[in-house]
Design a protein around this ligand. Sequence first.
Ligand SMILES: Cc1ncc(COP(=O)(O)O)c(C=O)c1O
Length: 378
Amino acid sequence: MKIEPFLTEQFFTDYEFSAPYLLASSDCETMSIAELLTLAGSSLADLGQVTLGYTESQGNPQLRTQITELYESVKADDVVVLTSPVEGIYLAMQSLLEPDDEVIALRPAYDALNNVARHLCREVVPWNLVATDTDWELDFDRLASLIGPQTRMIVVNFPHNPTGFVPTAAELDRLVELAREHDAWLFYDEIYRGLEFDTPIPSAADCYEKSIVLGGLSKTYGLPGLRAGWLVIRDAQLRDELINWKHYTTICPAAPTEFLASQALLVRQQLVDRSKSIIQKNLKLCGDFLGQFPDVFVWRRPRAGSVAFVELNLSKIGFDSATDYCHHLARQHGIVLLPGRCLGSEDRFVRFGLGRQSFETSLKAYSNVVSATISATG
Ligand SMILES: Cc1ncc(COP(=O)(O)O)c(C=O)c1O
């Protein structure tokens, strides 16, 4: 059976490694293996000692213990180390969903969070984030009207890609209450966790026994090339079923990745602080730039994470859709903004990525293009 195209990855495949001005990347600034090891107080010689045998399917016990430090009440047995964060979405959906099930999924969302479930079960019902004039909001009345005995799973991601929305602790409680009331699983993607601009909120892993929480080192920690991710699953039976699915996909994590992930977690606060300081600088640059063109852009400031979702006034830039505009920018100017349609939104939004050191240079290039467009169209 065919699965829907993965529009985000397809768009990046076309431009990510050729366009000079990346303005849409969701990961934070990365570093070399040597830099990471130096930061963690180890060396390339230590990496050289890692043997290349099979590893434990559930993940190295010491690494799993380190991962538990990110949570309040999680035990090493609750953690399954993955071969990439995105693998966790596939494995969880495969393990849980049956053809007659219904899933409620937050929208917009990273493609895999909607498409894998759609491939496996009867229906994925969108729960739309609501855009107000200046912000994003969760509509709990709407969620309460969608959820019922047919709901097997609710799928969310906070801090959210692409809006940078993060719920308050009270909103997280409300979400958990609704899931619990209906005995639904809660798939909670926390891959941007740690990048909250104000107060951090608890992990869903510490709030709900039927949560399946995705974490990883790609975004917050700036290490996407490591392909290090994990799931926290408190339910032992589900964990066993998921590990069985894992035997059909990747069997076990890569040994060098497990070693490097363990080193990264030793210095996790330094990695988070580094990412956050880049984001804060870029957030200001981004807000100032968009504020210069209030007729063209609607700026809803993110509350967390490394991305922002910006609405375009298409008539001001002479395009019918954000998708056409983004292809034009990439092909004609080497500037990469992601069309929001890839993430399931209406085709007048674009995603900015705020985690890269090159943001200022790329934004300058984009600013020149926007200024030229505005002066040409009046
Ligand atoms: C919300 C979300 N979840 C999961 C992933 C997958 O992470 P990775 O590409 O490191 O597997 C991404 C990547 O963009 C994402 O944005």
